[in-house]
Design a protein around this ligand. Structure first.
Ligand code: IMP
Ligand code: MG
Length: 185
């Protein structure tokens, strides 16, 4: 096959993770999750953090062979793109009652850790059997609050990335790959 390079939008610098690499990694994560939860009695509840996780959620959940329920929450995190951080607020709760269930939080990216730290604590307080996290991307250089990640797609450097659910001001969210943005001047 001839090599076809996707033509990049002019605010993007380069493709960091291509479609094929993403698909392979998501399959590996699904295999690990299928193995880990194979003996649970109640279905696993996947809780996707809107909006960024919706594509990762769709791909991951379709590779799960264990019984599972898909659910979502929406949060707002003040200053997650600026300097003032850490304040997280629940905008839309899950439809499911999480009590008595194993819960897996599905996140697009771990940055400061404020979002996941808030959610893990909130869900643990609801009488869940366990609360773990599956994070598509991890930016270790940005961590402020330590968060335990059970399933991690890729580690990336401290750059703003878009695609595969992640956006910049709602742009580039549905690109099939992860691309690095050219920083704004
Ligand atoms: P945290 O609470 O600081 O860990 O924030 C994580 C959230 O910030 C993610 O769920 C994303 O919505 C957003 N975020 C952080 N880095 C990026 C990025 O490089 N691209 C797109 N969104 C990002
Ligand atoms: Mg997010």
């Amino acid at each position: 096959m001839t090599e076809t390079k996707p033509s990049l939008a002019d605010d993007l610098r380069r493709v960091l993770i291509d479609e094929e690499t993403i698909a392979r990694r998501v399959s590996e994560l699904a295999d690990e999750i299928n193995e880990k939860y194979k003996d649970i009695k109640e279905p696993l509840i996947l809780v996707g953090v809107l909006k960024g996780s919706f594509i990762f959620m769709a791909d991951l959940s379709r590779r799960l062979t264990i019984p599972h329920i898909v659910d979502f929450i929406a949060i707002s995190s003040y200053g997650s793109k600026g300097d003032k951080r850490g304040e997280v607020r629940l905008l839309m709760d899950t439809r499911e009652n999480l009590a008595g269930h194993h819960v897996l939080i599905i996140e697009d990216i771990l940055d400061s850790g404020a979002t996941l730290n808030y959610l893990i604590n909130a869900f643990k307080a609801r009488g869940t059997k366990s609360v773990k996290t599956a994070v598509f991307l991890d930016k270790p250089a940005r961590h402020v609050i330590p968060v335990e990640i059970a399933y991690r797609g890729f580690e990336i450097p401290d750059v703003w990335v878009v695609g595969y659910g992640l956006d910049y001001k709602e742009r580039h969210r549905t690109l099939p790959y992860i691309a690095e943005m050219i920083p704004e001047v």
